[in-house]
Design a protein around this ligand. Structure first.
Ligand code: KG4
Length: 340
């Protein structure tokens, strides 16, 4: 059989990314991030769409160049169809459609969340075979989602629980904003937390049934506590940056791990993965290693480059759909919110 080359395209939020995967092995993964949002303290959708327009052609060009292939060698194009910011999605979706039509090759639509989970199957080389076996659990934690997913197969994922309000990353970013840290605050909290005392401060933990999460109370509890402490000590935040960061991080990690442990116990599944932007967090990664020892889990933690939004995860998802001949029509629209 001929080699299968999948070009993946991701543009759901503020990263324009293109990647090439050959028979499941990564050849390139090029991402242009958008610093334009930093001064606004969050992603500005219109600015994100404009930046995608500027970045998409050079990013795809670079991904093909790094992979050492011409566009005529591509077998199919996989693109993120949703969920995400509609204006951002439209840039990648339209580009993918145009290129696929001009090359006369199949198009493959990919769900962004499924792609985060399937990032665990990206192979770096022929011998990279230590991958999760089905069924496994995946904690998907990003700026927009917090879910516990039972992964039965590449194309069969069951959401056991999810946030009923804010996502974990969103809560961390909002607390970071209260502390005056730049956007996105997650990486700054991580860096500061490494030098702080996680027991220094206590914040509200939610009491939600089942496997669902809630993070909006944490953000409020943090804001009220900080305002109260500032009344006695005006420079409170700056004087306690590291302890505050470590305490928030620990609170979020404790909330995430408690439900994940419950899901693992109830299902009897001991293969547990983590995915999404927040999986870059060192406190969460350490908690996974700790739980692996305590509960005899086999854990899967992605490489840093596959934690945040990237097109390699879209390409690997596209590769599995290609093997199933699961292609889409050129008139398929993007979706900001996708029920799938
Ligand atoms: O998956 P992702 O790149 O995309 C969106 O959901 O848009 O996740 C971004 C989230 C942000 O909330 C960011 O602050 C968080 O991931 N994040 C982190 C770390 N790196 C990124 N949170 C905690 N620690 C980190 N090291």
């Amino acid at each position: 059989m001929n080699n299968i080359y999948i070009l993946g395209i991701e543009s759901s939020c503020d990263d324009t990314s293109a990647a090439v995967i050959k028979d499941g092995i990564i050849l390139s993964n090029v991402t242009a991030s958008q610093s334009v949002h930093e001064e606004y303290g969050g992603v500005v959708p219109e600015l994100a769409s404009r930046a995608h327009q500027q970045n998409i052609v050079p990013v795809v060009h670079m991904a093909l160049k790094k992979a050492g292939i011409s566009k005529e060698q591509i077998s199919a194009i996989a693109f993120t169809r949703g969920p995400g910011l509609l204006g951002s999605l439209l840039v990648g979706v339209s580009f993918a459609k145009g290129l696929a039509l001009s090359l006369g090759i199949p198009l493959i639509d990919v769900n962004h969340l499924n792609a985060h989970v399937l990032a665990h199957f990206i192979k770096e080389n022929e011998d990279d075979n230590d991958k999760p076996k089905f069924p496994f659990l995946c904690l998907l934690v990003s700026g927009g989602n917090s879910q516990i997913i039972k992964v039965n197969a590449y194309n069969d994922m069951q959401i056991l629980g999810q946030t009923i309000d804010d996502a974990a990353g969103e809560a961390i970013d909002k607390c970071a904003k209260v502390m005056g840290l730049p956007y996105p605050g997650g990486p700054h909290i991580d860096r500061l937390a490494r030098k702080g005392n996680p027991q220094a401060f206590k914040f509200a933990k939610p009491n939600i049934k089942g496997y669902d999460y809630s993070f909006s109370g944490l953000k409020t509890s943090f804001l009220y506590s900080v305002n109260e402490w500032k009344m006695n000590e005006p420079d409170f935040v700056n004087n306690h940056l590291e302890d505050l960061a470590a305490s928030i991080e620990k609170t979020v990690v404790d909330i995430l791990m408690k439900k994940l442990l419950k899901a693992a116990k109830d299902t009897g599944i001991k293969q547990v993965a983590v995915a999404g932007g927040v999986s870059a967090n060192n406190g969460l990664r350490n908690a996974f290693r700790d739980y692996a020892r305590r509960y005899k889990w086999k854990i899967f933690i992605p490489k840093f480059s596959f934690t945040t939004d990237n097109a390699a995860m879209v390409a690997i998802n596209g590769y599995f759909k290609f093997l199933d001949k699961d292609f889409c029509d050129v008139d398929l629209p993007a979706y900001a919110r996708m029920e799938k």
